[in-house]
Design a binder for this molecule. Structure first.
Ligand code: SF4
Ligand code: SF4
Length: 268
């Protein structure tokens, strides 16, 4: 059954006609990395301490929840290459991916729910649950009642970075998502030695390349200033380029490209 779920996710993304850069053979998003975690994994209770009591357990979003299905959709080489050249603003390709690639990711969440329900299981995409909320001012800064990256960590797909990103075997540049279901699947084993292992700065104090890539000084050895980053990504960039690029969400991703963790777990 695990393979069937994996196949459904990969074929949805690969076969989605919206997953295509204009005037290019390249997709926005490559084949998914997929992992499963048990809905009763104690790590979700830990998140109530680590993130905040507002972060929901799988069973709070779906009573009788058995499994959290998580995926990471790596951003394609063509898109990453375009953003590597940028120093202040995201490339057009990166911004199209933020809007249209994320639409593919959103479609995948909804498709997987319908597909699982069609097989007689219950399913919910936390991102679209009426219980989903964002909180602007918490001890960990801006946070929400369900973190896709923390779900991906629980499913063994990677670890966190200095820049608050999530570094997988295909790197830090990706979109990610999850669906909770009553279908019982075998959990993926978490193999990372700690929750920040894949980031060189956390592993051995080196690198820090993402710090120099941020045009607004939102990154430092102390970590990620979520407020400064958010103001730049959701206000300054949108005001400057939304009309020119023709998309409402543009992202930034400068700290996720031209860095050692862009598309892999950097070697020490
Ligand atoms: S660029 Fe270096 S320090 Fe920054 S997140 Fe990647 S590995 Fe960590
Ligand atoms: S997304 Fe952009 S603004 Fe935010 S930390 Fe990365 S480089 Fe800086």
């Amino acid at each position: 059954m695990e393979d069937l779920v994996r196949k459904e996710i990969v074929s949805y993304v690969a076969g989605n006609p919206g997953n295509r850069l204009p005037d290019s053979d390249s997709p926005y998003l490559d084949d998914a990395l997929i992992g499963f975690s048990s809905a009763s994994d104690s790590i979700f209770a830990d998140y109530k301490q680590i993130i905040g009591p507002f972060h929901l357990l799988p069973c709070e979003l779906l009573p009788e929840a058995a499994t959290v299905v998580s995926w990471v959709l790596p951003i394609s080489l063509a898109v990453r290459e375009s953003n590597r050249q940028q120093k202040k603003w995201p490339s057009r390709e990166w911004s199209l991916t933020r809007t249209h690639g994320e639409a593919v990711n959103a479609g995948l969440r909804r498709h997987l729910v319908v597909w699982l329900e069609g097989m007689g299981h219950k399913a919910v995409a936390p991102q679209y649950s009426p219980l989903w909320q964002e909180f602007g001012d918490t001890p960990v800064g801006i946070a929400s009642s369900w973190s896709e990256r923390h779900a991906a960590y629980a499913a063994g797909l990677g670890t966190f970075s200095l820049s608050d990103g999530f570094i997988t075997e295909r790197g830090i540049a990706h979109r990610c998502g999850s669906v909770i279901t009553t279908l019982r699947l075998i959990p993926t084993v978490r193999t990372a030695t700690d929750h920040r292992h894949n980031c060189l700065y956390h592993r051995n104090g080196s690198c820090g390349a993402c710090i120099g890539r941020c045009p607004v000084g939102a990154l430092s050895k102390k970590g990620h200033d979520k407020y400064r980053c958010r103001e730049y990504v959701y206000q300054t960039i949108i005001q400057k380029l939304s009309d020119e690029y023709g998309v409402p969400q543009l992202g930034c991703g400068l700290c996720q490209t031209r860095v050692p963790c862009e598309a892999m777990i950097p070697a020490g």
